[in-house]
Design a protein around this ligand. Structure first.
Ligand code: HEM
Length: 482
């Protein structure tokens, strides 16, 4: 499907349609629509429909009393969305979580990298630190991933033998936490004083920052006052944070030396390492792997057969080893990972304040936005835009990004807060973990199909993404995985 041009605009700029309703009341009503009456996707889609525009004014949660101003201009198609990546057009200060900001007492009193605009000097220093860390550990990623996730799959098999099912998300939480610690710092968190408590402490600390944006499935009358109206008090999670901090200050010694060389204090760097590892990386993998597994499980045996052939073929050619060169040859595997990131991006909301009066072009028109207004993107609307991805925009098409035609669509994959064809830098806000994430996504698929010919699983929804339960695996009958 031909993608429409991102440039050019037709006609004179129009005011952005939409409505915020009455002050306070409108925002609370919309919050209830978002969580309970309509649900996330419907909330946005129904407003696009009502106003006949993919650039549209609306309130976003949480609203009162946590957000000073819930009003946004939403950009909900593939063409207008990238305005959020343009650092000349938007300022990204203190808006990582959107219209509210969690207390900095949850991050040692510091505004960590995700909340910094590239115009702030600390942004470049911390981002450089993360680039250096990832680069210095690049040779450790493949072996560390394989040892951690092959042991996860061995547990899946023993649970299946015992009870006929294995809950993937629980196992993934424990494994991903140890994997990241070992991959970044060479020290498994579970082998330190933290013991097996790391993932639970991390999850609790994440909830303290994200509760305004989630529903736990409790009755509205409980969730509204508890989760969506006031901040949970930071002191209740202080002990957990302290225990996590201790791990980073010891295991991260090498990275902290690098940080000092970049002009950061060890303390500020350590709070940043904790955040990038625990919130950005662990929080990301908690959603990424279940999402990817869910798509592959639902796609069924035909896709499994093709992945088995590709993966085992490339590994056999590489002398039975999973090398970076072998991974590069697995084009279907790569396309599957991108397709999963497109269809179900793990981080769905992006924000930015207009730096100046702007004109934003959608497929249908050009809209005028004033300096200071909050722009907001709900990514699934943009990455499922039928004007770019055609009639199958809402379907999982494993081959979507194959070949020359397929690769032209990569510019419309936005999961990293930037185009998949662009790279993160100290001057932009694109995810510094971009290559790492696509690499571990591919490694995950490789591990599965070196070990299994096929598998079955049930898929459901949970807090931030999919929940997957394995119900059966067929062990490999041929090739390097058998
Ligand atoms: C930023 C997604 C993994 C570190 C971002 C943003 C997104 C994102 C959407 C932009 C947020 C915004 O400003 O609006 C993801 C997803 C991941 C993932 C979906 C996994 C599935 C990682 C990893 C790291 C990381 C492994 C490790 C270094 C960061 C940092 C930022 C960021 C530090 C802030 C960038 C800046 O300030 O310039 N990520 N990320 N992320 N991510 Fe990731």
């Amino acid at each position: 499907m031909a993608a429409s041009s991102d440039q050019g605009s037709s006609g004179a700029p129009k005011p952005v349609p939409g409505s915020y309703g009455l002050p306070m009341i409108g925002a609370v009503r919309d919050r209830l629509d978002f969580y309970y009456f309509q649900g996330q996707d419907k909330y946005f889609e129904s407003r696009v429909e009502r106003y006949g525009s993919t650039v549209v004014r609306m309130n976003v949660p949480p609203g009162p009393f946590m957000a000073k101003d819930p009003r946004v201009v939403a950009v909900l198609d593939a063409k207008s969305f990238p305005v959020l990546f343009d650092m000349d057009k938007v300022e990204k200060k203190n808006l990582f979580t959107g219209t509210y900001m969690p207390s900095t007492s949850l991050t040692g009193g510091y505004r960590v990298c995700s909340y910094l605009d590239p115009s702030e000097p600390t942004h470049a220093k911390v981002k450089q630190l993360l680039f250096s860390l990832l680069l210095s550990r690049k040779d450790e990623v493949v072996p560390t991933f394989r040892s951690n996730f092959s042991s996860l799959l061995a547990t899946v098999e023993s649970e299946l033998a015992k009870s006929g099912k294995a809950e993937f998300n629980k196992l993934n939480d424990v494994t991903s936490f140890d994997f990241i610690g070992e991959a970044y710092f060479g020290v498994r968190p579970s082998a330190t004083e933290l013991g097996s408590g790391g993932p639970t402490k991390a999850a609790k600390w994440l909830i303290w920052q994200l509760h305004p944006l989630v529903t736990l499935g409790l009755p509205m009358i409980l969730e509204e006052p508890l989760l969506h109206t006031f901040h949970l008090p930071p002191f209740l999670v202080k002990g957990d944070y302290k225990a996590l901090y201790k791990y980073f200050s010891t295991a991260g010694k090498h990275a902290l030396d690098t940080a000092e060389g970049l002009g950061l204090s060890r303390e500020e760097a350590c709070h940043n390492l904790l955040f990038a590892t625990t919130f950005n990386s662990y929080g990301g993998l908690k959603v990424l792997f279940p999402g990817l597994l869910a798509q592959i499980a639902s796609a069924g045996e035909k896709l499994h057969e093709r992945l088995v052939a590709e993966i085992r073929g490339a590994v056999a050619e590489a002398g039975g080893k999973v090398t970076l060169a072998a991974l590069e040859k697995m084009e279907l595997t790569k396309s599957v990972v991108w397709e999963s990131l497109r269809l179900d991006p793990p981080v769905k909301f992006q924000y930015g304040h207009a730096k100046k009066d702007l004109q934003i072009a959608s497929h249908d028109g050009v809209f005028q936005v004033k300096k200071g207004e909050m722009l907001f993107g709900y990514q699934p609307c943009a990455t499922k835009d039928p004007r770019v991805f055609g009639a199958t925009a809402r379907e999982f098409v494993p081959d979507r990004f194959l070949g020359e035609e397929g690769s032209k669509l990569l510019q419309y994959v936005y999961w990293s807060n930037g185009r998949e064809t662009e790279s993160p830098s100290v001057d932009n806000k694109q995810c510094p973990g971009k290559n790492f994430v696509v690499l571990v996504g591919r490694l995950f698929v490789v591990e599965l199909f070196l070990r299994y010919d096929t598998f079955t699983a049930t898929v459901d929804k949970e807090l931030l993404g999919a929940s997957v339960v394995f119900t059966g695996v067929t062990k490999a009958t041929s090739g390097p995985g058998s």
